[in-house]
Design a protein around this ligand. Structure first.
Ligand code: SF4
Length: 281
């Protein structure tokens, strides 16, 4: 299934100190009606079939007509919302089924109350993403901010008792992991991805540079201004724009020239031969 990351808007109702998105040019956001977006996603459906849309921001729930937008688009695609969970989940969840909607919540320690967040996560448990097809756990994310990193072990246990896996997200800024070595050890001790390649990429212990990657072939990121990139680390708009039908996937995997792949390392192909790839500009 084709996957899109869709950065819906810069706007956010939180102002986390480690995040530059909420004060970064919201005037460039494309603001369209729910009906217009629905037409655009119907067109993508006719070209690629049902896709997986991973909607984030900013905070998607502050986008105008958010509830209609999600309801209309989920007619065509499986929608997953990356959210701080500050909105009325009880209003959306009864409108959709778990095969059309997933909610991927992230706890932001500097802005949210854990008890509120936890209660909502338990309420929508069946809509949380599955941890894996082999384990019956759902998952939530927790930004490993120094202020509340020491609360993580106890909170992780409470989540597990509800069948929910707490996934620590290392603190990032300007291409670096900002956690101290001690904090990284806490993250690794709690993360179910500890020891995995994914965690090594997240903590910048491994570089993707020179590796062939399927990002751009089966996956793309739509920016808030409508330009489309191969992944969140590239800002070249090389795949076109969502509004003018210029969008096209790359014909084959391409070599990555970045040093940090904190989010989408699942698209890396470890052993592809160089002659079967495009070279990076
Ligand atoms: S390896 Fe990571 S950073 Fe490089 S293109 Fe792929 S997803 Fe993007």
């Amino acid at each position: 299934m084709i996957t899109f990351g869709w950065d819906l808007c810069h706007r956010c109702n939180y102002q986390c100190p480690y995040c530059g998105i909420w004060h970064d040019e919201p005037e460039k956001d494309v603001i369209l009606s729910a009906e217009r977006w629905s037409e655009i996603w119907k067109d993508i459906y006719t070209r690629y079939g049902e896709c997986h849309l991973f909607i984030s921001g900013g905070e998607p729930s502050v986008y105008p007509d958010y509830f209609s937008l999600i309801t209309l688009i989920s007619q065509y695609h499986v929608v997953e919302i990356c959210t701080n969970l500050s909105w009325d989940v009880g209003r959306l969840v009864p409108l959709l089924t778990t095969d059309r909607l997933r909610i991927a919540p992230t706890f932001h320690p500097s802005q949210a109350d854990f008890e509120d967040f936890f209660a909502k996560a338990v309420l929508i448990r069946d809509f949380l993403p599955l941890f894996s097809e082999f384990l019956p756990y759902r998952q939530i994310y927790y930004v490993a901010h120094p202020d509340q990193i020491r609360d993580m072990p106890a909170r992780s246990k409470r989540c597990l008792a509800e069948g929910i896996m707490l996934i620590p997200l290392p603190l990032r800024g300007d291409g670096f992991v900002l956690n101290s070595e001690e904090e990284k050890r806490i993250i690794e001790s709690l993360s179910p991805y500890s020891g995995s390649e994914k965690m090594a990429y997240q903590l910048k212990q491994v570089s993707p540079q020179g590796k062939a990657c399927r990002a751009g072939c089966e996956y793309a990121v739509i920016r808030t201004d409508g330009t489309i990139d191969r992944c969140s680390q590239y800002h070249t708009g090389e795949l076109g724009r969502i509004l003018d039908h210029s969008f096209a996937f790359l014909p084959q995997p391409k070599i990555c020239n970045k040093e940090f792949c904190p989010i989408e390392s699942q698209w890396i192909i470890p052993d592809i031969k160089p002659e079967n790839t495009l070279q990076t500009r």
